[in-house]
Design a protein around this ligand. Structure first.
Ligand SMILES: Nc1ncnc2c1ncn2[C@@H]1O[C@H](COP(=O)(O)OP(=O)(O)OP(=O)(O)O)[C@@H](O)[C@H]1O
Length: 802
């Protein structure tokens, strides 16, 4: 349905653009291509983007605002652009026509005069061309950068920075033959070497023009693995077109078309789209390609204004993209120019809530298979376009967990490209095929058997449902170093623990899908800016979020699938860092956890080391916090109920009568007073407890424990311990000596020091489960037998009575 509606909107535009399109595409096809990219794949080398936007700058707290992009976007005047505003190309043509008319009027002038004029013009033209050629050859870099004052300032800084760059340190990038402007960005990012997925993807995508299915662990640099090839090809195309125009002496005659949409990147979440945008802007900062995010939760008018700047690269979420596309947003429906289509976190895209819009978007992409001979003008145009497009659009499908869909991989390896009768894009395979993925796509799967990030250490704490909150508080307070993300599966659980933690004085931020977009971005921003920040989030934060310094991920509730577990845990141990994850496992979770371990081919998970002497104090505080929470909740529920009643009564013009008797009123008042006194008392008690360090009374064998120990004291204690055991220089023992106190030891350190203390034994669990199943079966059989016996006895009794 959706795609039909979109198709309805397209014929008009197609009619208006049909001549232009076919002319342009004829020209595209006639352009030669450089040796590194196959002729077939060189789609839009005629493009010379008018890139006047400075990249860089993360979209942070406020709504997307064009001012953040240093854009001076003209408000639409008079007829809307959608109705076919005069393009620069058309303006140029009009001017040319006027010139021709003028020339015709001047026919009466003498021939000699005309010849002189002609020669003069030719001379001027040659001069101009030479000047331009020199300029291009002299400084291609400056040419691409010199559009904005702000860009110039940044570039000046970058140039200064680049002067101090020792390029030999970046030699590992050499073999990837990236454009100097991209290398300049890489120097600025200080990425000394490409990550393995980048090493594999860039040659295949940028130089061989292949479609790519990429799978690599979380935080392994997949964004640039598809981002750099896109930018590389766009840069090469632009330069080639410029060179060719200069060589043909057409620089003056041909006007670069205003930016066409060249790359469409789709991500499952808004935060991820903003992050990918930011990342690509950093990579494109010297090449001047415009990258714009199109996501829900923000003003669509502003986004439409951003799109009117005709960015070459759009990164968006399916919902808002489709909303604008189906509304006929001109930049987004001109998909014939899209040469790069990316599905980031592809496996998430096919999940419920995403694929309908995605399917509609994919169906908008020009594909030869969708055209039929008998169709309208629009179809004819699409066919012209698609015959170019089918060969030339590159499709990239990326995810850390795509390899979990082994079926997809196998099929692609076999090169199966048969179109499915299936109309729904409910598998990555169908989705990729419909998006135009070619049979010879490069499959780059760098995930290991466990799919989990290499530098991630995983652990678990088995506890009762009752003690879960206590253990969470324990980890956050005893091991509060570095950033921590706590994942919940439900928003109710998120509210529950965030309320408790706030009462316990733990500084946290929350993130879930029911929050306003502005609040979501604010939470991320604040979390990002706090070195020891704690974020309590649902799975909306599970995918793609790249926040440096996340040291620990806690699974407060286990996720529903192995994929989500991988992505959640992948918020730590990113790029070259390490990190750890801790899963809180209650008896109800055991079999789910065992299944998870199995899907990662992991026999053992490490048990997180706990210093049990902390627990009495932890539980005391928690008990008080729970009581406070219960009273406060009841109070706010009562208030909300009263407000609701009052609001409704007011809206209906009614006056609420207080029907309570005097006695009831007095009792209510007394009850309120008692509750308030009780609340104050509990809060006071908790305050006293919180003012004391969370300190165990005894010293453990392994740890010298002391809450609130300053780094200096910690160091002195360690030195003291060394002096006491001068002979004991064995590394193993020294490693185990650790001083722990609040905010002293991060979980990863505690985990490493503990060694493989205890493991989650899958075999044991399987056996236990077997035993339990056997027990259940026997119990069932006994029950059945007893039922049978009772029935027989009943029958006998009835027969006796008769
Ligand atoms: N060559 C490189 N050297 C060092 N760091 C890099 C390199 N490439 C990318 N990074 C950094 O690594 C981090 C992770 O990159 P990115 O977000 O692209 O990972 P990802 O594989 O897409 O992760 P996820 O699967 O979780 O989405 C980012 O902070 C990025 O800046």
């Amino acid at each position: 349905m959706a795609s039909q509606s979109s198709n309805k909107k397209r014929p008009n535009k197609s009619k208006k653009r049909s001549r232009f399109d076919s002319e342009e595409f004829e020209r595209i096809n006639s352009l030669p291509w450089n040796s590194t990219i196959s002729e077939e794949d060189d789609a839009f080398s005629f493009l010379i983007g008018s890139n006047d936007v400075e990249g860089g700058g993360f979209l942070s707290l406020e709504e997307i605002d064009e001012s953040e992009y240093n854009l001076d976007i003209a408000k639409p005047s008079g007829g809307s652009e959608k109705k076919g505003k005069t393009t620069p190309k058309k303006q140029k043509l009009d001017t040319k026509n006027e010139e021709l008319n003028d020339e015709a009027k001047g026919e009466s002038k003498e021939d000699t005069e005309e010849v002189e004029k002609d020669t003069k013009q030719k001379k001027n033209k040659k001069k101009k061309q030479k000047k331009k050629k020199d300029k291009i050859n002299k400084d291609a870099v400056n040419k691409a950068e010199g559009n904005e004052e702000s860009a110039a300032v940044t570039d000046e800084n970058d140039d200064r920075e680049q002067d101090s760059v020792d390029e030999t340190e970046y030699y590992a990038w050499n073999e990837l033959r990236l454009h100097p402007l991209l290398m300049k960005s890489i120097y600025a990012l200080k990425f000394k070497e490409p990550t393995p997925i980048q090493k594999m993807c860039i040659p295949a995508a940028a130089h061989q023009g292949k479609d790519v299915v990429g799978a690599a662990e979380t935080g392994s640099g997949k964004t640039l693995a598809f981002g750099l090839p896109i930018l590389q090809r766009l840069l090469e195309e632009r330069e080639k077109a410029e060179r060719q125009l200069t060589e043909n002496g057409e620089m003056d005659e041909k006007v670069a078309p205003t930016g066409l949409l060249r790359a469409l990147i789709i991500t499952p979440t808004r935060e991820l789209a903003l992050q990918v945008t930011d990342h690509l802007k950093e990579a494109a900062r010297h090449s001047n390609f415009r990258v714009v995010p199109i996501v829900g939760g923000m003003s669509s008018e502003k986004q439409e204004r951003l799109l009117r700047t005709r960015p070459e690269i759009v990164v968006g979420t399916p919902g808002r993209l489709w909303e604008l596309m189906s509304g006929g947003e001109i930049h987004l429906v001109e998909l014939h120019s899209v040469s790069f289509f990316v599905l980031d976190e592809a496996d998430r895209m096919i999940e419920n809530g995403h694929f309908h819009e995605l399917q509609s978007i994919v169906d908008m992409l020009p594909m030869a298979s969708k055209s039929t001979d008998g169709d309208s003008q629009k179809t004819h145009n699409c066919e012209t376009v698609s015959s170019v497009q089918r060969k030339k659009r590159q499709t990239f499908v990326f995810s850390a967990t795509i390899a979990l869909s082994a079926d997809f991989r196998k099929k692609l390896k076999r090169g199966s490209q048969k179109s499915k009768a299936n109309d729904e894009l409910n598998s990555i395979e169908t989705l990729s095929e419909r998006a135009g993925m070619r049979a010879d796509a490069a499959i780059i799967d760098l995930t290991n058997a466990s799919i989990l990030a290499n530098k991630l250490e995983e652990s678990f704490i088995d506890c009762s449902e009752e003690d879960k909150d206590g253990y969470l508080y324990y980890i956050l307070s005893v091991h509060g170093q570095g950033r921590t993300i706590v994942f919940c599966t439900s928003i109710a659980a998120l509210h529950h623990i965030s309320s408790l933690l706030r009462i316990l004085g733990v500084n946290i931020w929350t993130l879930h899908a029911q929050m306003q977009q502005r609040a979501r971005l604010k939470a991320i921003d604040r979390f990002r800016s706090n070195e020891h920040g704690i974020l309590i989030a649902t799975d909306v934060a599970a995918r793609g979020l790249d926040i440096p310094g996340v040291r620990t991920v806690i699974h407060y509730q286990l996720p529903h699938s192995a994929e989500v577990y991988v992505h959640r845990s992948g918020r730590t141990a990113r790029a070259h860092s390490d990190g750890c994850s801790i899963a809180l496992i209650t008896p109800n979770d055991t079999s789910k956890f065992a299944a998870l371990c199995k899907s990662f081919s992991k026999e053992n998970f490490q048990r997180f080391p706990l210093e049990m002497s902390y627990m009495p104090e932890v539980m005391k505080r928690l008990s008080l916090a729970r009581q406070i929470d219960k009273i406060s909740r009841k109070d706010s529920q009562d208030k909300a109920k009263k407000n609701w009643l009052e609001r409704n009564a007011e809206s209906m013009g009614l006056i609420l009568e207080d029907n309570d008797s005097e006695e009831e009123r007095v009792n209510n008042h007394k009850r309120k007073k008692t509750t308030s006194a009780q609340l104050n008392k509990l809060q006071e008690e908790l305050k006293i407890l919180l003012s004391r360090p969370l300190q165990p009374k005894t010293f453990s064998k392994r740890y010298l424990a002391g809450a609130g120990v300053s780094p200096l004291l910690q160091h002195q204690l360690e030195e003291l311990a060394k002096q006491k055991n001068p002979n004991n220089s064995g590394d193993v023992k020294r490693k185990k000596l650790m001083v722990i106190g609040q905010d002293c030891v991060e979980p990863l350190q505690a985990l490493r020091s503990a060694g493989p203390q205890a493991n989650f034994n899958l075999k044991g669990i399987a056996e236990k489960r077997k035993d339990v199943n056997e027990l259940r079966r026997k119990r069932k059989e006994t029950k059945k037998r007893m039922r049978e016996q009772r029935r027989k006895q009943k029958k006998k009794l009835q027969a006796g009575k008769e």
